[in-house]
Design a protein around this ligand. Structure first.
Ligand code: 5GP
Ligand code: ZN
Length: 113
């Protein structure tokens, strides 16, 4: 089966983009869990999950975190936010294209799990 996020990158599935550069795309989550809920992904399918981060692709992941900081500022998340990478079965990951959730715009629950 084709990867849903690769289809979003190709433009075959529409998304509400909030940031884009050569290697990164950020778009609104279709089922927001907070007033701000954005997904940040590498455009290239360089990893299925955080379990696949290696010396070969970690520079791309570092770049994603710079963009996360930029997006958080642009979205006015000055009071804080949460970054989540659900990974694998126990992490309840549903889309196997590495991605980072940015959640904010309200006081999030203290318990993460
Ligand atoms: P995961 O559970 O794998 O960490 O996160 C996948 C996220 O993708 C979920 O929060 C889900 O709401 C979101 N999602 C699933 N399908 C689509 C879609 O077609 N468009 C957008 N924008 N988000 C999606
Ligand atoms: Zn993909």
């Amino acid at each position: 089966m084709e990867c849903l996020f690769c289809e979003i990158v190709k433009g075959n599935i529409p998304s509400t983009k909030v940031y884009e550069d050569e290697t990164v795309l950020a778009f609104k989550d279709i089922n927001p869990m907070a007033p701000v809920h954005i997904l940040v992904i590498p455009k290239e399918h360089i990893a299925d999950s955080a379990a696949d981060i290696t010396p070969e692709n970690s520079a791309a992941i570092a770049h994603i975190f710079e963009i996360i900081a930029k997006i958080a500022k642009e979205q006015g998340l000055d009071n804080g936010f949460r970054v989540i990478a659900n990974s694998g079965e126990d992490g309840a990951q549903t889309i196997q294209h590495i991605h980072f959730h940015i959640l904010g715009g309200k006081k999030l629950p203290e318990k993460m799990a």
